[in-house]
Design a protein around this ligand. Structure first.
Ligand SMILES: C[S@@+](CC[C@H](N)C(=O)[O-])C[C@H]1O[C@@H](n2cnc3c(N)ncnc32)[C@H](O)[C@@H]1O
Length: 215
């Protein structure tokens, strides 16, 4: 067992569906973060492949010029997902209530999860599902920053520093033997806190953990 029961707790223990019941047409991280993520997708994704954007919203941050064979979306708010121009299809499912994805084995070339991994209470089960739906050789890209709805993040995330959060996401991949050793991209912020408080852009740190499904 990777996490202790108390590390899976959230400050707000009400149903996640309630928290996400109204749409938020915002971006949860700044332009600099999004640019780095889109560039990473440009490098690691192949055109005309099958993509699953897990815990998505009205934006997927995919490179505009890239076309995919299919982009499947998932999240908790139907209005947000309906407005996402990149999704060919989507479904609503609370992964903390049911981590089993209604998707076939070995069906996706890539699974993406942007700034949402901190909300998963049973990450081992979800990462096992990510592995199951990936094709052999397929890639999972988990990105995160230091922003969050803190009342909905798990205690293990709240207790951690940025460095321990990287180790946490790494351990999620390592909880399944079928993933390659995760590669980490870590770009902590270079903008001092007081300049961020004064509204200076570009301050959101960028972290990504990337692993591939072995054969
Ligand atoms: C901070 S938003 C990020 C959305 C999107 N990936 C983006 O980059 O804008 C977190 C997302 O996680 C999803 N989410 C949160 N808790 C969830 C849960 N228990 N089950 C499934 N999805 C959840 C919500 O639908 C929400 O859209």
């Amino acid at each position: 067992m990777l996490l202790k029961p108390e590390q899976r707790q959230k400050l707000d223990q009400t149903d996640d569906k309630l928290f996400y019941s109204f749409p938020r047409f915002v971006t949860h991280v700044d332009k600099n973060f999004i640019q780095q993520l889109t560039d990473l997708y440009r490098q690691r994704l192949q055109p005309q492949t099958r993509i699953f954007d897990m815990m998505s919203s009205w934006v997927s941050h995919l490179p505009e010029e890239m076309e995919f064979a299919h982009v499947e979306g998932h999240g908790l708010n139907a209005e947000e997902l309906a407005r996402n121009p990149r999704l060919d299809h989507y479904f609503i499912q609370d992964l903390n209530a049911n981590p089993k994805l209604p998707l076939p084995d070995r069906d996706f070339d890539a699974v993406l999860n942007c700034v949402s991994v901190q909300y998963l209470q049973y990450p081992e089960a979800v990462f096992s599902e990510i592995h199951r739906i990936l094709k052999p050789g397929g890639v999972a890209i988990i990105s995160f920053s230091n922003r969050m709805f803190f009342q909905k993040a798990i205690q293990a995330w709240l207790d951690g520093s940025e460095a321990t959060r990287i180790a946490l996401v790494k351990s999620y991949f390592q909880s399944h033997p079928g993933f390659t050793t995760p590669e980490i991209i870590a770009r902590p912020t270079e903008v001092p806190n007081f300049l961020q408080w004064l509204g200076m852009e570009g301050g959101d740190p960028f972290y990504a953990a990337i692993a591939y499904r072995r054969q």
